[in-house]
Design a protein around this ligand. Structure first.
Ligand SMILES: [Fe+2]
Ligand SMILES: [Fe+2]
Length: 343
């Protein structure tokens, strides 16, 4: 659904949820998208008494409205005059906003149930960014990706704070692409972890970003190794174990300057007893942020389906973390529990 608006509405409540789920894209009427969007429902919240707005809308519709796409007008003042103007612009339906904007949106969703069929709680900024970051070709090109990574992580955090981790987990666990699924799940659990601890926005974004990008080095590990159904041999294992250092190097080279995030990417497979990789750091030299990402990473890997193992329940994954105090910081494991276990 495309929303063309000239009213500078603050996206809140139901509209914000639709935007985050990728159901609705909102455009100020003077900055309609340059690409044609096929067969999308177009929703107009435009002051038809304003000559300039009405003219801009007419131009935008000429580009974006496919012959069979519904065109719905939200009318603030439903008078004979505004209704006939909406009809002149090709309205196929009109909704009054007398009971508020969100109420009108609910009527719209009831009238056009197909809008709800594609709802996703994973925002497009996060989906598109992580898809790209897991492609080796992305990293062969020059470019600074810090802004894109930040936008993706902020979108994950917003979605987790609006919808909660359980919807997120249900959706992400249904994806087929295992590394893509894993990065979104680690980012989501990291966001939930930071939120439940009452972190500042800046620290929540930091933790979510670290989860979002922790495995981007896997873009350079062959898929036949990542998806192998049987146990990896020593050479294959050594190949997989390159991914933290690769991730660290490519992120640094492409504009990520935050040393906390880079440290998490490099050290997320280190364990308290020094048995982890790539350098076998001991627990007392690992920052809390790294240990938190490790907890989110191991939890996510356990609840995910992999080609070589069945998923376990969130409760069983938590029990594994709690039973291995030599590997995982138990104070942090206890703090993690309430953020991901059903209440
Ligand atoms: Fe990893
Ligand atoms: Fe991971």
């Amino acid at each position: 659904m495309l929303l063309f608006t000239d009213r500078h509405l603050v996206p809140e409540g139901e509209l914000k949820r639709l935007i985050m789920r990728g159901v609705c894209r909102m455009f100020p009427i003077h900055a309609a998208p340059t690409i044609k969007v096929e067969n999308a429902l177009i929703l107009c919240d435009v002051d038809l008494e304003n000559f300039t707005s009405a003219r801009m809308l007419r131009l935008a519709l000429a580009v974006h409205r496919a012959p069979d796409s519904p065109l719905v007008f939200l009318l603030r003042d439903r008078t004979h005059h505004t209704e006939s103007q909406a009809r002149a612009l090709g309205a196929s339906d009109m909704l009054s906003v007398d009971e508020g904007f969100n109420a009108a949106l609910r009527h719209l969703m009831n009238r056009y149930p197909f809008l709800g069929a594609h709802q996703s709680c994973v925002p497009p900024e996060a989906r598109l960014a992580i898809e790209d970051l897991l492609e080796a070709n992305t990293w062969y090109a020059a470019g600074n990706y810090e802004g894109r990574i930040d936008a993706g992580a902020q979108a994950v955090l917003d979605a987790i704070e609006a919808e909660g981790i359980h919807h997120w987990m249900d959706e992400v666990l249904s994806y087929d692409n295992l590394t893509y699924q894993h990065c979104l799940l680690v980012a989501g659990t990291a966001a939930a972890f930071g939120s439940s601890l009452g972190f500042s926005r800046q620290d929540k974004v930091l933790l979510t970003t670290a989860g979002f990008v922790h495995d981007v080095g896997k873009a350079f590990i062959p898929l036949e190794i990542l998806n192998k159904e049987t146990t990896l041999d020593a050479a294959e294992m050594a190949n997989v174990r390159r991914h933290p250092m690769i991730g660290y190097a490519i992120l640094k080279e492409h504009g990520v300057r935050n040393t906390d995030v880079l440290g998490c990417v490099r050290s997320h497979h280190e364990l308290l007893d020094g048995s982890g990789y790539p350098t076998g750091l001991m627990g007392n030299s690992l920052p809390d942020l790294v240990k938190m990402v490790t907890i989110c990473d191991v939890f996510s890997a356990l609840v995910e389906h992999r080609t070589y193992k069945q998923p376990v329940s969130p409760e069983a994954a938590y029990d594994y973390l709690a039973a291995n105090g030599q590997l995982f910081d138990q104070a942090l494991v206890r703090a993690f529990g309430p953020s991901i276990l059903p209440a």
